[in-house]
Design a protein around this ligand. Sequence first.
Ligand code: BGC
Length: 721
Amino acid sequence: MKANFTKLLVLFVLANFTRAFGQQTTNPAVEAKIEALLKQMTLEEKIGMIHGNSSFTSTGVARLGIPELTTSDGPHGVRPEHGRDWVLDKKGNDSSTYLPVGLTLASTWNPELGYAFGSVLGAEAKFRGKDVILGPGINIIRTPLNGRNFEYMSEDPYLISKMVVGYIKGVQDQGISACVKHYLANNQETRRDGINVEMSERALREIYLPGFKAAVVEGDVNTIMGAYNRFRGQYATYNDYLINKILKGEWGFKGIVMSDWGAIHHTKEALMGGADLEMGTDLAMLPLPKYDKFFFAEPALKVVRSGEVPESIIDDKVRRILRIMFKTNMIDAKRSAGALSTPQHAEVAKKVAREGIILLQNKKNILPLNKATVKTIAVIGANANRDNAMGGGSSQVLPKYEVTPLEGLQNIAGSGVSMRFSQGYSIARNAGADQKLIQQAVENAKSADVAIIVGGWTHGYDYSKWDDNAYDAEGFDKPNMKMPFGQDDLISAVVKANPNTIVVLYGGGAIDVRQWVSKVKGILQAGYPGLEGGNALAEIIFGDVNPSAKLTVTFPKKLEDVGAHKLGEFPGDSLNVRYKDDIYVGYRYFDTYKVKPQFAFGHGLSYTSFDYGKPVVSSSGNNATVKFTLRNNGKQAGAEVVQVYVKDKKAAVKRPEKELKGFQKVFLQPGESKEITLSLDEQAFSFFDDKQMKWVLEPGDFEILIGSSAQDIRSKAKLKL
Ligand code: BGC
């Protein structure tokens, strides 16, 4: 008994020791069970486990009690059933909670909400009989044009790292696997199937890897999805450097590397390059799916039999799959039931939306609207009464309901306020300004107290309407940053008719607002705020909720101002895209190259205001602590996201003007003060030196910048390390 206890204690200490050094760990008792199973399996059975046997599953070994592995999209809700072979299965109860998209979640800057969000996803996936939920998506937002930015979180690796861990733990604490995707450098949809991404080692280490590293090392994520694109000449999904050396080597990843759907194009190279599970290969789409013709099916059997690929390589993949099956109670244990589309889940979605909708501009404090004085509202814009859940591609969700902005405004305003809707613009391929619709909107706005235009990007196609314009959708990038469907003309005409105009922007990130930004009083950025989004938006508009969200991406004035477009390439040529913008992604570019954005990274207004006290910075070794007092000096309760940026005063290499290295969301009652303490570790001051191929902390002078956005620095302090 005592010996056992000591053994357990040693294992526990060892596990935590390796975790602290940035490696995933395994459980010896489970490893023993895995070995026992492996010994009983034929090569055919092993091969069966490493490729898809339907659109979203891979084969088990029934005689040994190994079940199929069932995956499902996606990052913000469990996708409706697609049947085994992409034949839409309409029978099931497959309505799930439509959570706000990744971009909106990240805009909360609240890691605890990441956990709550993940818990909903995990519970619903479990209820729906899924083992792996295919999210979160955390590719760096390198350009506003990426059609999938809505699914992703930010342009900043530190912020992603903090938000992703809660999400993963939330899912996995429900006993379901998360699948962080798309590893790596899937930063555009144009030619995503094969484009080769070239970037420096420094950009890789400082910008593109940290979110994934946090997912693996801190989040202990069970599965990871390889990206479609190539990286330095080799497909990302079986890129020896990315998968074998970094992911499985440096970070000690013990889980499953699955391909994106159809991302495997070779047998031997992919087997050796570290991919563990082949999913969605196009052969599966033929009228008669040929799963046994997948690269990891019969062809894999052949290369093992011929000795070209050692069987130990297959064993390693099966081991990984079994490991995750044990970890998520698929073998030997029973899962709890989970829960689907409950009011509590909708409440989490609403909470995320309330904290994720950003107030960008509020001239003359037009917001919040006062129900006592605002009697007539012209609600204008096709996005005001449009559902979004089924848009965008694989991340589609089929909720039981979705509250549109118009419905939300009606719900929250109550009967004392009259709401009149005009469409304003129409969503159709190549649609420009529709003068008739504009005229109707102008008439409506003229006689209203306030005009609220809900527009912006539009969630691209749903699978029943492929002809929709795909502005925010998988497989497409946006053609430019301009407001689609003649919305610039619409907004200009409406604001002329009624100066009390508020614009609500839906969609996956920045859009060109130059034509009317100085004319309208209020601007809100809503992202895609989930099934309760309309209510949350209206609560903010009427002041029931005080906005506290912040931009996780820079909102540039124009596309040409973006680092990727100015210094780098987008979308590259037919073969390659070279990230010559290097580490100058997002605000790192704007700040360093002194380009003024429209709205800065980290920006977001509140109905109250906050005072930042003088900071005290102390250091011990290579760590520092920042302390200051934050006070809510307004009349309403509210939350501020305090942001800590580090500036290296002098370095051997060129460094960004400043980098986010700490933040905290602080909730304060009116008049309340709190002492804020933020810790900065060695990593906060280091850069990746690609000559020495390692992280370097150069001693010297640093500046700690504390602010409310990247452009709104409230106080500074010096630090010598
Ligand atoms: C997407 C993935 C998704 C997969 C399965 C792919 O096209 O890139 O994000 O999980 O399809 O639907």
